[in-house]
Write a protein that binds this ligand. Structure first.
Ligand code: N01
Length: 561
């Protein structure tokens, strides 16, 4: 079904749907539930995949699992759901998360309103009707008053234009477009390109199966052990009894986890004292070392060096061959400024006889993919399978791919050539009635995603409810509010070490992409951001203008109820 009768809030031109949601992952599913079941809106979802799950539908590479603790990597909006679902492991595997999301889709009866196998390829705002027209690759054309993008921050795969890739006679796979029936590495010579969070999960798994594995590293990663394992049933019981407290604590936290920085500067500690703290965080595993370390870690290079030194020593004491250990040791960016990979036997894997590390700086970069392998630093490495673990065109990529045209035909992809411009990361001046869940310039990827997703979905739902109560037909961020938000995002990050890394947070992983810090960092993380969004709503949506039906193009601020 591509069209249906809908009653647009604020009356006026008839749309096929009150709202079109793009994507059926964590965010699109909750958005649909909220608009349809709380506001009684006629909403539909276009989803490119053949099932729900988003990230967890697509990323099926070996070792794929969540790096957030399972008890908080889930929806928290429904008390009963929290009680009825039990996670098996500290970090569930991809298939368990997908089963969870399937369960949610059934539980909230979402599938009848999701149109699977349809990728949105264009959408345009019509100034006269004040409606969006959305087109899919299957030929659907549907109108709606609101469009909500729920496309995820890491869904536009980045396959660098490696010379000769098309000539490779073996098989190659991008980790985020993994075959659903898996890949058999038995007796194969495998190459993995990349050593980010994905590759760090995949490499130890592939090395166990493959005859030979060659890892092509451009930048070494600082890894911390995941320390995955079954969850003790007593711990699960205690958490279920305390979910209200947990929910509040993650909402009030900096990053959406039950973690906070140590209220102390590492430079004010003795070497013995900090070594003890480092050991404690290291033994705890997970993001504690990254997100609950000394509070000066992200601000002072000297402090960062002290912390990074601990991780470098761990690499050197784990990897047997000192030359390989040196290649695996990060040297040219501060710790924590690239996404923290969590590992299970990653460095140990380089002690295996069937694993070879080819490092771009010391052995030479990838020059070409040949019909039979990869040539790097003048040497050809024969391969049967290549795993391309080169990540994503993060945050802006998925939105640019939607072909969004706003007021007067302005094109988002063009306007964002020098970086994203948003208000709060959830709205864009010139694009009325468009909301971007966990969009650029919101906490998004710098938080435990479900926490930020729920916050955005609930804020958007309340905003649309407000419009319906006040018979408002369009909402649009002002250019001034947008500029001020962009300046604020940039100013905050400039006081940190984050710009010092060639990270995907900075857009540095994509050739030609503007170097801009893409998510929003602070000053009080997700809790401060949540408060800011709430204050803006309380002030009658400060920084936005509303219009009633028929005022398109000449929007006037309208006082809130
Ligand atoms: O991608 P990445 P990823 N030639 O961009 C290298 C999330 N995630 O898929 O560092 C050679 O981090 C690149 O090198 P460099 C998580 O947020 C979540 O691993 O740019 N190499 C790097 O080593 C994560 O951060 C979970 O110099 C090239 C690698 O490829 C995000 O996904 C689990 C290259 C890419 O690393 C992305 O991680 C896993 C080139 N031309 C991942 N281009 C969860 O827990 C790039 N590289 C939910």
């Amino acid at each position: 079904m591509t069209t249906a009768q809908g009653s647009a809030p604020g009356a006026g031109a008839k749309a096929d749907f009150d709202a079109i949601i793009i994507g059926a992952g964590f965010s699109g599913m909750y958005m649909l539930h909220s608009l349809r079941d709380k506001l009684d809106m006629n909403a539909t979802v276009f989803e490119a995949g053949d099932g729900v799950g988003g990230t967890w539908y697509w990323n099926r590479y070996p070792g794929a699992r969540c790096d957030s603790d399972s008890y908080i990597y889930c929806y928290t909006f429904d008390k009963n759901l929290l009680q009825e679902w039990t996670w098996s492991e500290r970090y569930p595997e991809q298939d368990e998360i997908l089963r969870y999301l399937e369960h949610c889709a059934e539980r909230f009866d979402l599938k009848p309103d999701i149109q699977f196998g349809k990728r949105v390829v264009g959408m345009a705002f019509d100034d006269s009707t004040e409606l969006w027209t959305v087109r899919t690759d299957k030929g659907d054309v549907a109108t709606a008053r609101f469009v909500i993008t729920a496309v995820g921050a890491l869904s536009a795969a980045n396959t660098p234009p490696f010379k000769g890739l098309e000539t490779f006679k073996g098989k190659w796979y991008h980790t985020s477009q993994w075959p659903h029936d898996g890949v058999d590495f038995t007796a194969r010579r495998v190459g993995v390109i990349g050593t980010g969070a994905t590759a760090v999960q995949a490499i130890p798994e592939i090395a166990q199966q493959a005859k030979h594995l060659t890892v092509f590293q451009r930048t070494p990663a600082f890894c911390v052990p995941a320390r995955n394992g079954r969850v003790d049933p007593e711990v699960t019981k205690a958490r279920k009894a305390d979910y209200e407290g947990i929910r509040q604590r993650i909402k009030d936290s900096f990053f959406g986890f039950e973690l906070s920085f140590l209220p102390k500067a590492v430079l004010d500690t003795t070497p013995e004292e900090r070594e003890q703290e480092f050991d404690r965080m290291w033994d705890a595993g997970g993001f504690a070392f990254w997100l609950a370390n000394y509070q000066d870690m992200f601000f002072s290079k000297e402090a960062n060096d002290v912390i990074a030194d601990y991780l470098k020593r761990k690499i050197r004491s784990t990897v047997n061959d000192p030359v390989v250990a040196e290649k695996l040791t990060p040297k040219n960016y501060p710790y924590g400024t690239k996404r923290q990979p969590l590992d299970t036997n990653y460095f140990e894997t380089f002690n295996k006889k069937n694993v070879l590390l080819v490092d771009a700086s010391t052995d030479g970069p990838i020059e070409e993919i040949t019909p039979t392998g990869i040539r790097a630093g003048g040497k050809e490495h024969p391969l049967d399978i290549i795993v391309v673990a080169t990540g994503f065109d993060a945050l802006t990529g998925p939105l640019k791919k939607l072909g969004i045209k706003g007021r007067g035909g302005r094109m988002l992809a063009q306007e964002w050539e020098l970086g994203p411009q948003t208000y709060l990361g959830v709205a864009i001046a010139g694009y009325p009635n468009l909301f971007t869940i966990t969009g650029p310039q919101s906490p998004s990827v710098l938080s435990n995603m479900p926490v930020s997703i729920e916050q955005h979905v609930e804020w958007i739902t309340e905003c649309i409810a407000h419009m319906r109560r006040n018979k408002l037909s369009t909402i649009e961020a002002t250019a001034q509010a947008q500029d001020a938000w962009g300046a604020h995002v940039a100013e905050i990050v400039s006081s940190t070490l984050m710009p010092g890394a060639n990270s995907w947070y900075m857009g540095a992983n994509i050739d030609g992409k503007a170097r801009r810090f893409l998510p929003y960092l602070g000053p009080e993380g997700v809790s401060g951001y949540r408060r800011k969004c709430a204050e803006i709503a309380d002030k009658g949506y400060e920084g936005f203008v509303f219009a009633r039906q028929g005022q398109g193009g000449t929007m006037q601020p309208i006082a809130a109820e």
